[in-house]
Design a protein around this ligand. Structure first.
Ligand SMILES: [Ca+2]
Ligand SMILES: [Ca+2]
Length: 240
């Protein structure tokens, strides 16, 4: 009888540790309801809640999420991406122009950011991802190289599980901004045979925040109780 309840308790514990990541928020930028134009879309999250906006003088519109190979969005029709342009002048404002997302991670831990991004020929080749724990101060966390023009780079992923302050945080935010080429003070164009230009575009799709639910205190207690009972049984057996 005791052994049976121990097994149940341990299975409960295993269920906690092997839980699947949840999608906290996601933007597919598609019109809701769908219409017949990819140049219309939505900045409201398609899953969860949060806000999306531009920074550093960047302007935005909507454009096809399927052209040039397309993003990972599986929408069969009316698949839009979030088109951004008006980036910083050459040699100016490194890591200041791009997009910003605010997503509360209350109730979640082990935060992972993902996105798809189409680089135009003359857009900044280098992307810098930054996170914020207070929505005000942003810190570099990962950089990406978009080394081709008119091309989608899908599945960008940044694991923030080592940033404990990102867990369970109502003020969590992140940015993707244009960055100078490494070791230089100039933007490089995504296409090798083109020059960087402020009219270059970055087109985002499937911006996603995923995470693990913070286990309920009760589940932890159950799991620890199970381990404790196992220890007691083992000690009794070794004495017997
Ligand atoms: Ca549309
Ligand atoms: Ca889309």
């Amino acid at each position: 009888m005791l052994r049976k309840s121990l097994v149940t308790l341990l299975l409960a514990g295993l269920a906690i540790s092997s839980a699947q990541a949840d999608t906290v928020a996601q933007w597919n930028f598609n019109s809701n309801p769908v219409d017949t134009s990819t140049s219309t879309g939505s900045l409201l999250p398609s899953i969860g809640s949060g806000t999306a906006g531009t920074i550093g003088g960047v302007s935005s519109a909507f454009a096809s999420g399927t052209s040039n190979g397309g993003s990972s969005d599986t929408a069969a029709t009316d698949d839009s991406g979030w088109q951004t342009t008006g980036y910083s002048l050459q040699g100016a404002a490194n890591k200041n122009a791009g997009v910003e997302f605010k997503v509360s991670t209350l109730g979640f831990q082990n935060i992972v950011i993902g996105y798809d991004l189409r680089h135009s020929n003359t857009s900044s080749r280098y992307e810098q991802v930054q996170y914020s724990l207070d929505g005000i101060t942003f810190t570099d966390i990962a950089g990406f190289d978009g080394n081709a023009g008119d091309t989608w780079f899908n599945g960008r992923s940044v694991d923030l599980s080592s940033i404990l302050g990102a867990n369970n945080n109502a003020s969590f935010a992140f940015r993707v901004v244009s960055a100078f080429a490494p070791g230089s003070a100039a933007y490089l164009a995504s296409a090798a045979d083109k020059s960087y230009g402020t009219a270059g575009t970055w087109r985002f799709d499937m911006v996603t925040v995923s995470a693990m639910p913070v286990p309920e205190p009760g589940s932890y207690a159950l799991f620890l109780a199970g381990i404790g009972l196992m220890g007691t049984v083992a000690r009794r057996r070794s004495r017997g």
